[in-house]
Design a binder for this molecule. Structure first.
Ligand SMILES: CCCCCCCCCCCCC/C=C/[C@@H](O)[C@H](CO)NC(=O)CCCCCCCCCCCCCCC
Ligand SMILES: Nc1ncnc2c1ncn2[C@@H]1O[C@H](COP(=O)(O)OP(=O)(O)OP(=O)(O)O)[C@@H](O)[C@H]1O
Ligand SMILES: [Ca+2]
Length: 587
């Protein structure tokens, strides 16, 4: 590997003379202008140089190369803020340079290309791309061919593109077909399509490692292939929460430079069998009901969630259940610490160090010890029982355009924990307040009927006899009137603990009764009886079981992303500074 990648010379950009410097992590060019003292420097981290081409090159509307002799063109990542989103938009920056001689031009192209190789080792050469032609507004194919493919072509990425013809085709392909030579898998679609890639890659990796996915106690093997998401779906929550914007160009550029964002994954089990994996939401009650309702209105497209959300809200349901959770070990953070997991997050970096102690960059030597689960004793589980509006488990903030801070604004993408949000039954206005706070920066956990815990596993069961009662009640629905308990009280909470836990954390038994005060305008809908059981929404899929066990697996997959870049954290990256690594935001 070439070590001396420094180079400095005069160059021209248009008619203006510049001093160009390649040093360590950065490529800078500064205007040489005697009149102005404030010299303008443009500084590009080498890791964000996309391509270096001989000549004056343009790629749109089609590739054009002129003046090949003393010229070279540098394509790089250019940032701009995005109104209404958490992160920054990335665009293709391009500068055409003219050198005093061809020899110098050749030196520049050679040195820049070598520096790029050294500073971004994870750039993909060959990608497997799945396009869902029916996702979101059905624009997947157009988005890929008009926006993404030209960028991949510019940087020389070869891609094998499969336009899916049926659901689960991408998952099955990844489970069975030869994947030799691919550096990563890209999905063009929404969260459902991402879910297919997630299941295919995790399943394939465990098959090849001889590991059993059914047992929640097994430490799974992290996937070697990176996942890229080109957003073209309805919610695009995974893209938003890992990039900060929903923008195909930004996502394509993260893929091109080989950014790497590890992601926690939750495995969901029922009766000793794996049911599904989740990265954003495992939700019972409100979110399960919204999903079930929305399936009836698929024709509405992305709007179906708002419509179904309103219908379900107005039906005013709550459900009984027993929730048990394992609190996170030695947590470095808390769901209410008001911090946010942003690009370069120190909490997640510490998890990476613990998980991969011998190779922080490549993540190949996996320390199974860190995420041990099998030696957990029954007494470590905390148990709560009662009636809930919703029970949600999220491995990350799950921010999305509907909720720019997310279900749990301080959750981390890659810390090996999830946040369990328990919303106890409450009156309709209280629940509306809780939902409404998701749309602003107001704290949705600062409500008396909401609690949140940082956890590594969760179990959900129906109260004993509840399941049979549930079926009986369902069968008799319509003829069964409301009894006193259902009518009079919305919050009947009983939290029980196991013997050992009583000793460890003290009694957590509590009974709260609050008079139900339905708002008059909701009467027609809200006074009908809740069905006895809800369904689980697992990243937008309805689970076929009610009683489940969930376990969070630390950093099981890696995405071509870097977490949300905070535009407000811009710092001045001075010319020639080697201290600013590629994590710097705006220069
Ligand atoms: C008053 C306004 C309240 C707005 C409340 C907004 C809360 C939004 C929280 C969004 C959380 C998204 C979590 C991500 C889940 C994804 O893995 C999954 C797959 O794509 N998406 C869904 O399941 C799709 C789930 C979609 C859930 C949408 C819920 C919409 C609620 C609307 C409530 C309206 C109340 C109106 C009262 C008259
Ligand atoms: N060719 C296809 N025909 C039908 N369904 C498909 C096809 N390809 C993929 N799917 C399925 O379509 C579902 C939705 O896809 P996707 O996530 O891309 O779009 P979406 O509009 O965001 O939907 P959702 O809101 O359910 O995530 C996925 O679960 C995927 O399994
Ligand atoms: Ca997490």
């Amino acid at each position: 590997m070439e070590t001396d990648l420094k180079l400095e010379s005069s160059v021209f950009v248009g008619n203006q003379r510049y001093r160009a410097v390649l040093t360590g992590w950065h490529f800078n060019w500064t205007e040489v202008d005697k009149k102005h003292r404030d010299k303008k420097t443009i500084s590009v981290p080498v890791a964000e140089v996309l391509a270096v081409e001989e000549g004056r090159v343009e790629i749109l509307p089609k590739k054009l190369v002129e003046d090949k002799d003393k010229d070279f063109t540098v394509f790089y990542v250019k940032r701009s803020s995005s109104r209404g989103s958490s992160g920054l938009l990335w665009r293709l920056g391009r500068t055409q340079f003219r050198c005093p001689s061809r020899v110098l031009r050749d030196q520049w192209t050679k040195h820049l290309r070598a520096a790029v190789k050294t500073h971004s080792p994870l750039r993909p050469h060959k990608l497997l791309v799945f396009i869902n032609p029916f996702g979101g507004k059905r624009k997947g194919r157009k988005i890929y061919h008009s926006v993404v493919a030209p960028l991949f072509e510019l940087v020389g990425i070869s891609s094998h593109v499969i336009v899916t013809e049926r659901a689960n085709q991408a998952r099955d392909h990844l489970l069975k077909k030869d994947l030799t030579g691919f550096d990563g898998v890209v999905c063009v679609g929404g969260d459902g399509m991402f879910g297919e890639i997630l299941h295919g890659l995790i399943g394939r990796t465990q098959q090849e490692s001889g590991l059993c996915e059914n047992d929640p106690a097994v430490t799974l093997q992290p996937c070697p292939l990176h996942i890229g998401i080109i957003p073209a779906g309805s919610t695009d929550c995974v893209c938003y929460a890992t990039v900060g914007v929903i923008d195909p160009v930004t996502s394509a550029l993260h893929i091109i430079i080989g950014d790497s964002q590890p992601l926690d994954v939750c495995s969901v089990h029922h009766a000793s069998a794996l049911v599904r994996y989740s990265v954003s939401l495992v939700g019972y009650g409100f979110y399960g009901d919204v999903l079930a309702e929305s399936e009836k209105h698929r024709w509405m497209g992305p709007l179906r969630y708002d419509y179904s959300g309103a219908v379900v809200y107005l039906s005013n349901r709550s459900y009984k259940g027993i929730v048990q959770y394992l609190p996170a070990d030695r947590p470095l953070s808390s769901p209410r610490d008001k911090t946010r997991c942003l690009s370069g997050c120190s909490v997640c970096s510490r998890s990476t160090e613990r998980l991969f102690p011998h190779s922080p960059d490549s993540g190949t030597v996996y320390s199974a010890q860190y995420s041990q689960f099998s030696n957990v004793s029954e007494g470590q589980w905390v148990s709560v029982e009662g009636r809930f509006r919703c029970v949600s488990l999220t491995c990350m903030s799950s921010c999305c355009p509907k909720s720019p801070q997310g279900l749990s604004p301080s959750a981390h993408l890659a810390d090996g924990t999830g946040d369990l949000i328990l919303v106890w039954d409450t009156n309709p206005l209280g629940f509306l307040k809780f939902l409404y706070r998701h749309t602003s920066t107001q704290d949705q956990f600062d409500l008396p009927f909401v609690e949140v815990h940082r956890v590594k596993a969760v179990r959900f069961s129906l109260a004993s006899g509840e399941e049979e009662d549930a079926y009986e009640e369902l069968a008799g629905q319509g003829s069964v009137g409301m009894d006193e308990e259902d009518r009079g009280y919305v919050e009947t909470v009983s939290r029980s603990s196991s013997q050992q836990q009583l000793a460890a954390i003290g009694t957590r038994r509590q009974m709260t009764k609050e008079l139900k005060t339905p708002s008059p305008f909701l009467c027609g809908l809200c006074c009908s009886k809740s069905p006895p059981v809800s369904v689980w929404n697992c990243d937008g899929e309805i689970l076929p079981f009610t009683e489940i066990v969930c376990r969070i697996h630390c950093q099981l997959v890696r995405l071509y992303a870097r977490g949300i870049e905070d535009g407000t954290a811009a710092h001045n990256c001075s010319e020639g500074s080697d201290k600013c690594e590629r994590r710097c935001i705006l220069h």
